[in-house]
Design a protein around this ligand. Structure first.
Ligand code: LMR
Length: 399
């Protein structure tokens, strides 16, 4: 019956994580998947999440179906987080927000929306981008192309990016990483965002922001810069955001898709279509994680500790960037490792080849994605020197 079904080669990130978990070597180091680990190499459970769960358990609340668009307290809290509670976009009710199954689910709802209501539009993604982006849009029947974004050793190639986008037909969709670009860690500066937004507006392009790492670059408010700058420029756009990393709620699948519209009436139409897509796909989102998020965002007693924990995660990653940089420079003074200090968020591109990455895994039990992407959040004070030594050896051999 199923002989004709093709084998799935596996997802490049998730399969690697599974291989890591199955690796019996005790010294193994996971620098593959974008999951934050603490200095003991453990995924921390945030106290604010624990407190919210205790409250939910104590209230012994029933678990009804949510509406297809999700819980209204969650959706309101997401809008306040993205724009600020008293932002005009929020008060004039011109943003349509649906609670989604992770921000991946939100990205996919947006892809289906684009396919249905902008059928001639292609989606342009950065080269490189997070692996699943392409497949998410292609599987919705949308043509996906790339714009230049990053050159190894050179960082963001902003001029090339602008020239490519300047040539796109009106209503093309441009997928942008709002902060902590995955996989390179190389972000646009604020001035570059302003220049880019002028171009997006002039060319009537549709920005689609992926905001998976809010709070990991500079801070919760600062990392919403791109969202707020697009809103301030009067553009209509989509933004998918996630609580996987910022609240450690990976497996609860908490995210949202927000579409900023010109007015409340259009937002109502858009929300209706997003609800319809959710209904025919998974009916309605899960209730538990979204209620944790809503509670943390709206209760100062939980929000304060959450913000502190997020800051701790951010500063630990920055400290690991500095330690890896120092350890590499010590071993390989001719190398150029400054990128580790300027790039932001969980990831950086090491410039290591797929063969070198395979060798790191086989010889040292150090796991990186084969593109050479390293997850800095998997480094800690016990493994950073070992990792630096192994990388430096690879770079020496390559000389
Ligand atoms: C990553 O890029 O490693 C994370 O966003 C996890 C994932 O789902 O790929």
């Amino acid at each position: 019956m199923f002989q004709h079904v093709e084998f799935f080669a596996g997802d490049p990130i998730l399969s690697l994580n599974e291989a890591f978990l199955a690796d019996p070597r005790p010294e193994k180091v996971n620098l593959s998947i974008g999951i934050y680990a603490d200095d003991q190499a453990r995924l921390p459970a945030l106290d604010a999440v624990h407190q919210a769960e205790l409250r939910l358990a104590a209230a012994n609340t029933a678990k009804p179906y949510l509406p297809s668009e999700g819980a209204s307290n969650f959706r309101g809290a997401v809008q306040a987080l993205l724009f600020g509670a008293s932002h005009e976009v929020v008060t004039s009710r011109r943003a349509a927000t649906v609670q989604s199954v992770g921000s991946s689910g939100g990205l996919k709802l947006g892809a289906e929306f684009i396919k249905r209501w902008f059928p001639g539009s292609g989606v342009w993604v950065s080269n490189p981008t997070w692996d699943p982006h392409r497949a998410m849009f292609q599987s919705a029947g949308i043509e996906v192309r790339e714009y230049p974004y990053f050159e190894n050793g050179g960082g963001v190639c902003f001029d090339a990016m602008l020239s490519a986008l300047d040539a796109l037909p009106a209503h093309s969709v441009v997928l942008l990483h709002a902060c902590c670009h995955n996989p390179t860690g190389a972000d646009l500066t604020r001035d570059q965002w302003i220049t880019l937004i002028d171009l997006l507006k002039a060319r009537q392009l549709i920005p689609y922001l992926d905001l998976a790492y809010q709070g990991f670059a500079e801070g919760i408010e600062e990392d919403a810069f791109a969202v707020r700058a697009l809103a301030a420029a009067g553009l209509s756009f989509l933004v998918a955001n996630s609580f996987s990393k910022s609240m450690g709620l990976y497996g609860e699948r908490c995210g949202a898709l927000t579409v900023v519209c010109p007015d409340a009436e259009q937002a109502e139409r858009v929300l209706g279509q997003l609800k319809a897509t959710a209904r025919r796909t998974y009916s309605s989102p899960p209730i538990h994680g979204g209620q944790i998020v809503a509670m943390i965002l709206t209760d100062p007693k939980l929000r304060g500790p959450w913000e502190k924990d997020l800051e701790r995660m951010r500063t630990r990653i920055q400290a690991m960037r500095a330690q890896l940089h120092a350890a590499l420079v010590r071993r390989h003074p001719a190398g150029k490792f400054g990128y580790l200090l300027t790039q932001r968020g969980m990831f950086s591109y090491t410039g290591l080849s797929a063969v070198q990455v395979d060798q790191l895994r086989d010889e040292h039990a150090i796991y990186l994605v084969r593109s050479g992407r390293i997850c800095i959040a998997g480094l800690n004070t016990s493994n950073v020197e070992i990792v630096a030594q192994a990388i430096a050896e690879k770079l020496e051999h390559a000389r």
